[in-house]
Every structure is written in C-alpha cells, then in structure tokens.
Design a protein around this ligand. Structure first.
Ligand code: HEC
Length: 154
C-alpha cells in the first residue's frame, strides 16, 4: 500500500509539473485496470492536499528556482556585455582606470552598495564620475542580474 501511494504522488506531481513547464519529464505508468482505478481514486483523494508536502513538489520548486536563476543570468549577461564589459573586462577582473576592484571579488552587498553609492554621490574611489551615469540607469533587479552573471565568470 505504501508503495502504491508513492507511485501516485509521483504521478500526480509530474502531472502538475507538466502544467507549469514544458521541459519536465513525463512519467508514464503502465498498470492493469484494477490498479488504474485505485490510482485514480488515490489521486482524487490526495490531490492538492498531499502534493503540497511531497518530496517531488519540493524538487519542483528547486527546479523552478534554478530555471529562474538561469534566466536571470542570461539577462545579466546581455546587460553586462553591452554596458559594463568595455571597462570592467570580459572576465570582470579589470581594474578599470586603476581605481575599480575586480567585480568578481565583490560580495553582492559591496556590489550593490557601490552602485547605489554612485547614484547618490556617496561612493567614490576617485573616478566615480565615470560610474554615476551608468549606475543611475540601473534598477535594483538589473543590479542583481548582472551580479549573478558575474558570479559565473569566477
Ligand atoms: C566607462 C567605463 C565604465 C563602465 C562602462 C562601467 N564601469 Fe563600473 N567602474 C568604472 C570605474 C572607473 C570604476 C571606479 C570608480 C571609482 O573610482 O569609484 C568603476 C567601479 C565600479 C564598481 C565598484 C567597484 C569597487 O571596487 O568598489 C562597480 C560595482 C561597478 N563599477 C559596476 C559596473 C557595472 C555593473 C557596469 C555596467 C552596468 C559598469 N560598472 C560599467 C568604469 C566603468
């Protein structure tokens, strides 16, 4: 019986997964008529309730979070390559104008504080005048996306 419930949960969550994304794997079970009837009844009984605590739903959440990050990184890459790379280098380690540190060496907080600092005239290592107009154009989300892309260059 325990085995049967597990099979059902997996089946049910893979149906859910298919609803939300096209890349997920489809699990097909070949069962006899009686078993199919039982499975159907179990899915009906546990649908919604059990799915929310099953291991597979957690895996689905992890999978979705990973997909979100991948998307974020690819937007960050475009933003970095067209707005930052010229001064900070292909691998984000260039000490731009001798004043910037390697962007790969910064924590997320250091990276974002510097950018907000340039916008608010509160951060300057000597050449802030070059960064201010750039920082002024970046919204919070863009900063994160660029930061996430930079982490992939390490
Ligand atoms: C025109 C050249 C140029 C471009 C383009 C440029 N930067 Fe900079 N960046 C600099 C310079 C020069 C500094 C050092 C400024 C200073 O003296 O404070 C700097 C500093 C920084 C710092 C702080 C580094 C530290 O050591 O604290 C961050 C973060 C940063 N830039 C991010 C970016 C991002 C993100 C982009 C693209 C959206 C970008 N920069 C585009 C020249 C540039």
């Amino acid at each position: 019986m325990k085995k049967l419930i597990l099979a059902t949960l997996f089946l049910a969550s893979s149906i859910l997964a298919n609803d939300t994304d096209n890349n997920s794997e489809c699990l097909c079970l070949k069962v006899d008529k009686a078993m199919a009837k039982e499975l159907k009844a179990l899915i009906k009984k546990y649908n919604g309730k059990v799915i929310s605590v099953s291991k597979n739903t957690q895996e689905q959440k992890k999978f979705e979070a990973k997909q979100k990050l991948t998307k974020s990184i690819s937007i960050g890459e475009k933003l970095y390559k067209s707005n930052c790379q010229e001064c900070h280098g292909e691998d984000a380690t260039k000490e731009s104008y001798g004043t910037s540190r390697a962007l790969t060496s910064l924590t997320r907080d250091q990276f974002k504080d510097a950018l907000w600092g340039y916008s608010n005239d509160e951060y300057n290592r000597g050449m802030a005048i070059l960064m201010k107009p750039i920082a002024d154009q970046l919204i919070d989300e863009d900063q994160d996306k660029i930061y996430e892309y930079i982490q992939t260059l390490k």
